[in-house]
Write a protein that binds this ligand. Structure first.
Ligand SMILES: Nc1ncnc2c1ncn2[C@@H]1O[C@H](COP(=O)(O)OP(=O)(O)O)[C@@H](O)[C@H]1O
Ligand SMILES: [Mg+2]
Length: 280
């Protein structure tokens, strides 16, 4: 029997197991495919994958397997454009602005000298982020010229993507941010991520609490999701003291374990309902 849905993964986390369990309960035929073991003959017709839910953690594996499957005619959630746009914080920033979604002010500089000059002109603190990355990795707060020089100099020795110096205003806000999980045009659940560290990522020890979904938040998240052409995404927002709600990231392979736990919403089941209904 051909699968209804394929879960494409490279490591099995709680999220992937939960999707499989939800599929069993709903009598949906789920195929689990380990992308690390996958060799696709691109000249052949696609085998039947059904709808693919893309769950690869590796940025490159995620992007390239989506490109291959989508090119072969398979519907992938999220699509290649979303992987490209949401996978890169600069690309997302530009699209959010174009769509009228409030987002932190940012500058991109293409050398250490240009970055330092921009920082000296505009002032500290600023946040430097790799344009491609997650779990708060290699995101640093630049408090003054000394720390900025050290951090940017070390990036100049790294892989070229880290030499794109993406600098954001440091947003003054409560010690938390918001993660809103969108399935289609709806926030199905949202959490506050609280932390003593300024980076509130769960991967860095943040704690989750349910967050009430407001109309303002939902309208903003719909625009953000559309800006990156997403189907199922995790939108990260901050409550800026100056600007109100701002979106700082859209996650195309979002984690939702803690959102399910504290909000008691069956996100995997809603994801599968969406995948079963979506146009192929
Ligand atoms: N401009 C900013 N000002 C203040 N805090 C920020 C800013 N950008 C990010 N953060 C904090 O750092 C965390 C990680 O940033 P984010 O852009 O979401 O990157 P990642 O992809 O690594 O999750 C956010 O969840 C938030 O707590
Ligand atoms: Mg984030």
């Amino acid at each position: 029997m051909n699968p209804d849905v394929t879960i494409l993964y490279d490591s099995i986390r709680w999220e992937e197991k939960a999707l499989l369990e939800a599929g069993k309960k709903k009598d949906i035929n789920i195929q689990m495919v380990d992308c690390k073991k996958l060799a696709l003959d691109l000249e052949k017709k696609p085998e039947d994958y059904g709808v693919v839910i893309q769950r690869c953690v590796s940025y490159y594996r995620n992007l390239h397997s989506t490109a291959a499957l989508e090119g072969m005619g398979v519907k992938v959630i999220n699509c290649l454009n979303t992987g490209v746009f949401a996978g890169n914080k600069l690309f997302t920033h530009m699209l959010l602005k174009k769509s009228g979604v409030p987002t932190p002010d940012a500058t991109v500089a293409f050398s250490k000298d240009a970055a330092i000059e921009a920082l000296e002109n505009d002032g500290y603190p600023k946040v430097i982020k790799p344009t491609v990355g997650s779990w708060g990795r290699l995101i640093s707060k630049l408090n003054d010229k000394d720390s900025a020089e050290g951090i940017i100099e070390s990036r100049e020795t790294m892989y070229p993507i880290y030499q794109i110096h993406y600098l954001e205003e440091f947003v003054k806000r409560p010690p938390r941010d918001i993660r809103a999980i969108m399935v289609g045009d709806k926030i199905v659940a949202a959490i506050y991520r609280k932390s003593e560290h300024w980076k509130t990522n769960m991967a860095l020890g943040g704690t989750a609490e349910p967050c009430e979904i407001t109309q303002e938040m939902e309208e903003m998240c719909i625009k953000a999701k559309k800006a990156v052409q997403g189907d199922i995404v995790g939108v990260d927002l901050m409550e800026s003291e100056e600007k109100g709600l701002v979106v700082h990231e859209v996650n195309n392979t979002t984690e939702y374990k803690n959102t399910v736990r504290v909000c008691d919403v069956d996100i995997p089941s809603l994801m599968l309902d969406y995948a079963m209904k979506v146009e192929r």
